[in-house]
Design a protein around this ligand. Structure first.
Ligand SMILES: [Ca+2]
Ligand SMILES: [Ca+2]
Length: 196
């Protein structure tokens, strides 16, 4: 934040000379970039590093309230999107009030956060049309050992998060580059606005 205020003050001070301003801007941008690469960036509380946990997300079981197939057992499966990974469980046939055990590892990776989206569905084919949703939920959390139980529209789902071990990694340089260049473009845009 300090750098942003610094640039703002300098922009006000030197707004009459565009070349000076751009030079200063490039200088500050470079120093921010270098501070990132040296592990002293603005990201992650000034360390340029983040803690990642070896994380498992498991769909343990689903209790069916309504299997969404009249007369026949439903063809129940789960779609999970955790961070950037998608996973689909196998289908298990179940009737109303059945408890299905999946024990499906839907995510296994090192990560510093978890963005979990899970939907329970009944697969339908042919004239029955699109699959029917029994409900979905989203959950965002820092990886910790945790059990999540959620009552959905037509089912109740249990999910387990477990972590084993942690490591410290340098924050992604690509993210830092995006921040630095966004900052640069925004600042240049400000200069153009001031000139008008
Ligand atoms: Ca159905
Ligand atoms: Ca079905």
């Amino acid at each position: 934040m300090y750098c942003i205020y610094l640039v703002r003050d300098l922009l006000i001070k030197f707004k009459n000379t565009q070349k000076t301003t751009i030079f200063l801007l490039l200088l500050i941008t470079s120093s921010i970039f270098l501070s990132f690469t040296n592990g002293k960036g603005l990201v992650n509380m000034g360390k340029g590093e983040e803690i990642q946990y070896n994380t498992n997300v498991v769909i343990t079981d689903v209790l069916i309230f309504d299997d969404q197939d009249d007369g026949d057992p439903g063809d129940i499966y789960c779609k999970a999107i955790v961070n950037d990974k998608e996973y689909e469980t196998r289908e298990i046939q179940a009737n109303d009030d059945d408890l299905i055990t999946f024990n499906a590892i839907v995510y296994h990776a090192w990560c510093s956060y978890l963005s979990i989206n899970i939907e329970v569905l009944d697969a339908d084919s042919g004239i029955r049309g699109d699959d029917d949703s029994l409900g979905s939920f989203s959950y965002n959390i820092v990886p910790i050992n945790d059990s999540i139980s959620r009552v959905l529209d037509f089912a109740k789902i249990n999910v387990t998060i477990s972590t084993s071990g942690l490591t410290t990694v340098k924050a992604s340089i690509n993210n830092n580059l995006i921040i630095v260049f966004s900052f640069l473009i925004l600042s240049l845009f400000q200069i153009r606005k001031r000139k008008k």
